[in-house]
Design a protein. Structure first.
Ligand code: ATP
Ligand code: MG
Length: 304
């Protein structure tokens, strides 16, 4: 009887003081992809950059913080099922994002999030003290297992996006050539300033990515691109993403562009963006043989 009681107490204590999560040897750089404007290519950019870097041999975690769960739709045939959810992490039931990551068809790419209930989670979080910092705190051990963490954000500046910004080292802002999208860029950059002054969180601007460039609308594009250049100068990425129907079809087919239409202008653009951003992200070129083969495969995919 006494032994039974001791066992029960020991088991209870074990639950209360749970073991620290296993640490890896890496230290991921974390990039939030955000804009308060919808439909500007945030998810398309998050998915295709994640796959591009994973194919190059980097260990990548793609977190979908958008309750619309579009990452799951974009990679639906490639995600393996798993236990637990990001909601469990954000509401404090689980400690680390690593506990809810799911593997994908690519050895180097893991996924987390993509849950419709994140919308309700956002409401629950709004009453919590320090609500903007929960994700950051849940990535401490997780970061040590990856080279790069990419966070896809919802099209607003709510608590989920603020969590992404507080967890991020860098921010990438996609924008199409519309005045509304330009306002979306302004809004997210103001949010960065607010985080810096009110919460002392410093997030670097990785760049502003012009997306959905329609070559037929030359005059409008030129005028807006000119304004963006004047406003944001060196922050504009050299590479832009053209309007490319294959990107839309790849999303509908649930595949990354490198597999759906590897010779399309969209695939070429995202491969070039990955190359342009790699040094800015501090990701050294991979030198081992396996990665060389993976890199060769990506290059071959987009140049055929
Ligand atoms: N360059 C492009 N050319 C053509 N279609 C595109 C391009 N980029 C994205 N799309 C399509 O436009 C739609 C919106 O893109 P995406 O989901 O990436 O935007 P988003 O900013 O994540 O939207 P939301 O704010 O709703 O999350 C999708 O159907 C996508 O396939
Ligand atoms: Mg999206």
């Amino acid at each position: 009887m006494a032994l039974d009681l001791r066992d029960r107490i020991t088991s209870r204590l074990k639950n209360l003081v749970s073991a620290p999560l296993e640490r890896g040897t890496r230290q991921a750089i974390t990039v939030a992809i955000a804009s308060s404007k919808g439909g500007v290519g945030k998810t398309t950019t998050a998915v295709n950059l994640s796959v591009a870097y994973a194919l190059k041999g980097f260990r990548v975690l793609l977190i979908d913080l958008d309750p619309q769960a579009h990452v799951a739709a974009s990679l639906r045939s490639e995600i393996h099922s798993g236990h637990g959810s990001l909601t469990d992490v954000l509401t404090g039931k689980l400690r680390e994002v690593r506990e809810v990551v799911r593997s994908s068809r690519w050895d180097n790419l893991d996924l987390a999030g993509s849950e419709k209930q994140l919308a309700e989670t956002e409401t629950v979080l709004s009453a919590k003290i320090g609500k903007e910092l929960i994700l950051d705190g849940a990535l401490v051990a997780t970061r040590t297992h990856y080279d790069l963490i990419i966070i896809d954000c919802p099209p607003n500046l709510g608590t989920l996006t603020l969590n992404a910004l507080c967890a991020a080292d860098q921010l990438l802002v996609p924008t199409d050539m519309s005045v509304l999208a330009l306002e979306g860029v302004g809004d997210i950059l103001s949010a960065l300033d607010t985080l810096r002054t009110r919460l002392s969180r410093h997030v670097d601007l990785l760049g502003i990515l012009a997306t959905r460039i329609d070559r037929r609308a030359t005059m409008v594009n030129n005028t807006i691109q000119q304004s963006m250049g004047d406003l944001y100068g060196n922050h504009m990425l050299q590479t832009s993403v053209p309007q490319c129907s294959a990107l839309n079809k790849a999303h509908l087919a649930g595949k990354p562009i490198f597999e759906f239409a590897r010779t399309s202008t969209g695939a070429l653009a995202y491969a070039a963006i990955a190359d342009e951003l790699r040094p800015k992200l501090g990701l050294a070129p991979i030198v081992n043989e396996a990665a060389k083969i993976a890199t060769a495969r990506v290059t071959a995919n987009v140049r055929h």
